[in-house]
Design a protein around this ligand. Structure first.
Ligand code: PMP
Length: 374
């Protein structure tokens, strides 16, 4: 008699596109990936329901917190390491050196462990012990150094550069300073992955893209791809926090002002036009400036309305997407980046004491104050 379990299995091609009754994607499209780095990218594009309703637009966020290292920077980390390999700078057991206090270091730590490289991180000694501990437990050698300006040769970036030069001379396995700000392999990660994913996921129905910049890799790379593939039709906007000079640079047609002030949005805000940004900054359709009050409120709103637990840069991006949707009017699709989760920042973002110290407690609407639990 026929064994029901031996009935012909579902055809992979049929399974590739299907959603189960709960709306979950059951896909065989990706198959087995060769290593951890194969799990980088291909993140979902999430419709933010409440903001989409409010604006009569589709406001979509790219779920970068789903990357193995928990942030958008995994993409750039993989690309700067692959670039060094392709240029013959790294052999098995070689050393990667970077100056970073945050997500790039975590991304590099995963990529370096997975690919068999040593990782050395220089960071300003003003960073939290938690960040140092995390990088060390991910296998990195960490040097917190005095926090001095970029122009000073003892700045953590230049110390990283010199460290890589020393090791490269002594160790035949090689060493590289990955130089995330000015190494355009960073931007290429987004030209080749993030941009095409957004285009494919929206089936080309995307009217605008906006995101903030740290190195500028994400904004420039996605802008490059979407402008090219759409013949310039997709409108691209910089989103900028207080203390960054890029908003005024874009809106003034290229005047660089002195950097003053700061923001609670870690990982973004920039004092110069990096090499990653240089080619695309002139192609932007505009810029939006977002206050810390609006960003922190959106951290709480996304949690309450969508169940999304986001870091402050993601929340700033969501505010920017909402403002771009309002500028464009009903019926448009606006995409932004959900760069990372709130996990690494919870002791600040959800602490009443910290909010008060930043003068931001009043920015949280009464009905959302129940989330201030730390
Ligand atoms: N958000 C967070 C949390 C980040 O760590 C970074 C990178 N510093 C960014 C946004 C900005 O990304 P990019 O470097 O590609 O401009």
């Amino acid at each position: 008699s026929a064994n029901p379990s031996a009935a012909s299995p579902p055809q992979p091609s049929a399974a590739a596109e299907s959603l189960n009754p709960y709306g979950l994607r059951v896909s065989s499209a990706q198959g087995v990936v060769e290593s951890l780095t194969g799990a980088i990218g291909s993140t979902p594009l999430i419709k933010l329901q409440k903001l989409s309703d409010e604006t009569s637009c589709s406001v979509l966020g790219k779920a970068e917190f789903q990357n193995p290292g928990g942030s958008v920077k995994d993409r750039a980390a993989l690309y700067v390491v692959k670039d060094a390999e392709e240029r013959g700078l790294l052999k098995p057991g070689g050393t990667v050196v970077e100056g970073t206090a945050g997500n790039t270091g975590i991304g590099l730590a995963h990529v370096c462990r997975s690919r068999g490289y040593k990782l050395v991180i220089y960071m300003p000694d003003t960073q939290s012990q938690g960040k140092v501990d995390l990088l060390r437990l991910l296998g990195a050698e960490v040097y917190p150094v005095p926090a001095v300006a970029w122009e000073n040769s003892d700045n953590y970036n230049w110390q990283a550069k010199r460290h890589a030069e020393r090791v490269a001379k002594e160790d035949e396995a090689g060493a590289v300073w990955t130089n995330q700000f000015d190494n355009v392999a960073n931007r290429r990660a987004h030209v080749e992955t993030t941009g095409p994913e957004i285009w494919a996921q929206t089936k080309g129905k995307v009217d605008a893209f906006t995101c903030a910049t740290g190195t500028g890799g994400t904004l420039a790379g996605v802008t490059r791809y979407l402008k090219d593939v759409s013949g310039g039709k997709v409108r691209c906007y910089l989103a900028d926090p207080p203390g960054s000079v890029l908003h005024s640079y874009v809106t003034s047609g290229g005047k660089l002002k002195e950097r003053t002030g700061g923001s609670i949005t870690e990982g973004i805000g920039q004092g110069r036009v990096t090499d990653n940004l240089a080619q695309e900054v002139g192609e932007l359709d505009g810029a939006v400036h977002i206050s810390d009050e609006k960003s922190i409120e959106m951290v709480y709103r996304c949690l309450d309305e969508e169940g999304l637990y986001l870091g402050a840069s993601s929340a700033l991006n969501v505010v920017a997407a909402k403002e771009v949707a309002e500028r464009l009017g009903p019926g448009h699709t606006v995409v932004t980046m959900l760069c990372d989760g709130a996990y690494r920042y919870a002791d600040r973002l959800f602490s009443g004491k910290w909010l008060e110290s930043k003068g931001l407690r009043g920015a949280i609407p009464k009905k959302l104050q129940k989330y201030i639990v730390l």
